[in-house]
Write a protein that binds this ligand. Structure first.
Ligand code: NAD
Length: 436
């Protein structure tokens, strides 16, 4: 099948590459000329495990191409995916300008029946808006389908090739058949393609992300309470996670969720509720708790230094919002760095993949290390922001030698408090009592 993917970011590039891998001919379109030039010259523009191999293979075999020209990109495409940004507007609602602008441009370009697919996360009712925009200038029949994406950055290729489910919102039999054909290779093991109406599909994506954000936040609140009552959140997590109604995943306490999805999607769903006269109280609490959770370690850090961070050198391990990605959008690390710099601290950070993206935001406001240990040289304390595996089993003798104080503030609960106490570290983590 001939496919076009408009927007070649995290979702678009994975979508395009994976559909090429299953034998389709894919053209990816992006307005970012620099990005397209890189992709055309064989450079993968995001860090995503497993993507490069598929990317190279499909370019070589002529099934995957890149262009900045929308008309050229969609020519002859039977299915056009919109994988465009939907960032928060000033009032928190999802900004649809990218989607609607492209929809408007698509109308006159369609030459035959086409399925236009919303892959971006968009508020309920967007499929109808997109339909209306295309229809303004279209001369052929088309359908607009909602097909929200559930891939997780870091395991995006695996998630896309073997999704737990595919959600397709359409009431058109014709579009349904095409979507079924396209996704058939991905659901060979029997995972379902769930067909539903467009509005329910759009809501499903927000409900999923809001639920997951709530689960994380609930556990963070349990952790905060554990600290006050002398319980250990890790034990509590194991205690409740074995209950299949609760499940083991998304129960790890820490310094909150970030990323390009949860924060904006929770906010957008709350806004949808507000616009429809519904007071979605849980979501408001989730947003508030998460915001506070991100910088939860700062008071303990300040206390350790007698109330002031002025001139203190703080090492940071981990900048991405989670491991296995270079994405730093809404990352707790950035929030912490902002506070540290405001308080007069000097920051030296290390991340296996995300330093280039942080450099684009912070430039030389902070220092960058070439290795985890490099960040520790002459540092007054270490803060851990992301649970990259490389941070899990450091040589604590080396850590001790390099740090000026044996102090670790761990936002991801990587180490055992008892072991850290035995090694003589001042160790602060989330939801676990400090062992003296
Ligand atoms: P992104 O910012 O990485 O990529 C968007 C791309 O669209 C950029 O490359 C940008 O240059 C391009 N673009 C903007 N305007 C354009 C235009 N007019 N024509 C062509 N290209 C244009 O965003 P993303 O993370 O891939 O997210 C895209 C959508 O998918 C969002 O709605 C997001 O909520 C949703 N989503 C993201 C993830 C994720 O993990 N990142 C997961 C599921 C859903």
């Amino acid at each position: 099948m001939k496919i076009a993917v408009i927007g070649t970011g995290y979702v678009g590039l994975v979508t395009g590459t994976c559909f090429a891998e299953t034998g389709n001919t894919v053209t990816c379109v992006d307005i970012d000329e620099e990005k397209v030039k890189k992709l055309q010259s064989g450079i993968v523009t995001i860090y995503e495990p497993g993507l490069e191999v598929l990317f190279e293979r499909n370019i070589q075999q002529g099934r995957l191409r890149f262009t900045t020209d929308l008309a050229e990109g969609v020519k002859g495409a039977k299915v056009i995916f919109l994988a465009l940004p939907t960032p928060p507007d000033e009032d928190g609602s999802a900004d649809l300008k990218y989607i609607l602008q492209v929809a408007e441009q698509l109308g006159p370009l369609l030459e035959d029946y086409t399925v236009v697919v919303d892959k971006s996360t968009v508020p309920v009712g967007t499929a109808e808006l997109v339909h209306e925009r295309i229809a303004r200038n279209a001369k052929v029949e088309f359908d607009v389908v909602s097909n929200p994406e559930f891939l997780r950055e870091g395991v995006a290729v695996e998630d896309f090739m073997k999704p737990e489910r595919v959600v397709v919102g359409t009431r058109s039999e014709r579009a349904r058949k095409i979507m079924e054909q396209l996704y058939a290779p991905m659901v060979r093991q029997g995972n379902p393609i769930l067909f539903m109406d467009e509005r329910s599909a759009e809501m499903t994506k927000y409900a999923a992300n809001a639920f997951l954000a709530t689960k994380i936040t609930f556990m963070n609140e349990i952790a905060n309470l554990c600290e006050r009552v002398g319980a250990n959140v890790d034990e509590v997590r194991r205690g409740i996670g074995t209950d299949s109604r609760i499940g083991k995943r998304f129960l790890f306490a820490g310094i909150g969720y970030g990323g390009s999805c949860f924060p904006k999607d929770v906010q957008a769903l709350a806004k949808t509720a507000e616009e429809n006269g519904y007071n979605f109280r849980i979501l408001k609490a989730v947003m508030q708790v998460n915001q506070e959770q991100k910088t939860k370690l700062i008071p303990a850090l300040k206390e350790f230094f007698g109330g002031s961070l002025q001139g203190k050198r703080i090492a940071i391990w981990g900048l991405s919002f989670k491991p296995y990605t270079d994405d730093v959008r809404e990352a707790p690390s950035l929030e912490n760095i902002k506070v540290l710099l405001n308080e007069g601290a000097i920051v030296k950070a290390y991340d296996p993949e995300a330093m280039e993206n942080v450099k684009k935001i912070l430039g030389n406001q902070i220092e960058y290390a070439e290795s985890p240990y490099g960040a520790l040289v002459n540092a007054d304390a270490l803060m851990i922001m992301t649970e990259w595996p490389v941070f899990r089993t450091p040589d604590f003798e080396v850590v001790e030698q390099l740090l000026k104080n044996k102090a670790i503030f761990d936002g991801r609960n990587l180490y055992e408090p008892r072991q850290m106490a035995e090694l003589g570290f001042h160790y602060v983590s989330i939801g676990r009592m400090k062992v003296a």
